[in-house]
Design a protein around this ligand. Structure first.
Ligand code: AMP
Length: 214
């Protein structure tokens, strides 16, 4: 099963991908996570990506496509994988199609996560992430037991991602509308696209997701 999760920033793609990973063992290929790890490790890819990410812009297509192409060759992707945050532009989608054709594979499902934009701004700007273990909290909806301290790993390492700050969030939405939203039509034509109401409890979103995979 090759799955694509398509949705605006903060629409819950990562949360749902992690649930599928634990239930079905399909790896979650989050390009955002890959770039954050590359930045942390100071790799050449991380150096290229950082300024684009900090401003809420997209990393250039050739860089992203190269990273994904390498990753999907790994043995853990043989039975399937979830693309979380890729593709984000039409040229990325076309490059993905080409690399899958070369491998004799194809996209099986594209799940579109639908959430009203005002709700997403609130979700993103209130999000706090543990810089040690990656756990995610929200100042109102899911605050940590002790402010600034991660409930999961205990580190005093809860931060607001630079790209979750208001001006950057607004730019990420502009970028989404202009460059990523056209993918809804692109995949709509393939007949594999399914829309899921992602503006509900994560358990309900997961149920809707599973229905659309069967
Ligand atoms: P995310 O965690 O998916 O919201 O991604 C964080 C940031 O990483 C984005 O705002 C982009 O700067 C960069 N990024 C992640 N995936 C892509 C992609 N497929 N194409 C271009 N840039 C990406």
């Amino acid at each position: 099963m090759i799955l694509i999760f398509l949705g605006a920033p903060g629409s819950g793609k990562g949360t749902q991908a992690k649930r599928l990973l634990s239930d079905r063992k399909w790896p979650q290929l989050s390009t955002g996570d890959m770039f954050r790890a590359a930045i942390k490790d100071g790799t050449p890819i991380g150096l290229k990506a950082k300024s684009f990410m900090d401003a809420g812009n997209l990393v250039p297509d050739d860089v992203v496509v190269g990273v994904v192409e390498e990753r999907i060759k790994a043995s853990d992707c043989a039975a399937g994988f979830i693309l979380d945050g890729f593709p984000r532009t039409i040229p990325q989608a076309e490059a993905l199609d080409r690399m899958l054709v070369r491998a004799g594979r194809k996209v099986d499902r594209v799940i579109q996560f639908e959430v009203p934009e005002v709700e997403l701004v609130e979700r993103l700007t209130g999000r706090r992430t543990c810089s040690k273990c990656g756990a995610v909290f929200h100042v109102k909806a899911n605050p940590p037991k002790v402010e600034g301290i991660c409930d999961v790993c205990g580190a005093k390492a809860l931060i607001q991602r630079d790209d979750d700050k208001l001006e950057v969030v607004q730019n990420r939405f502009n970028v989404y509308r202009q460059q990523t939203a056209p993918l809804v039509d692109y995949y709509g034509r393939s007949g594999n696209l399914r829309a899921v109401n992602a503006f509900q409890h994560p358990d309900r979103v997961y149920e809707a997701l599973l229905k659309n995979l069967n």
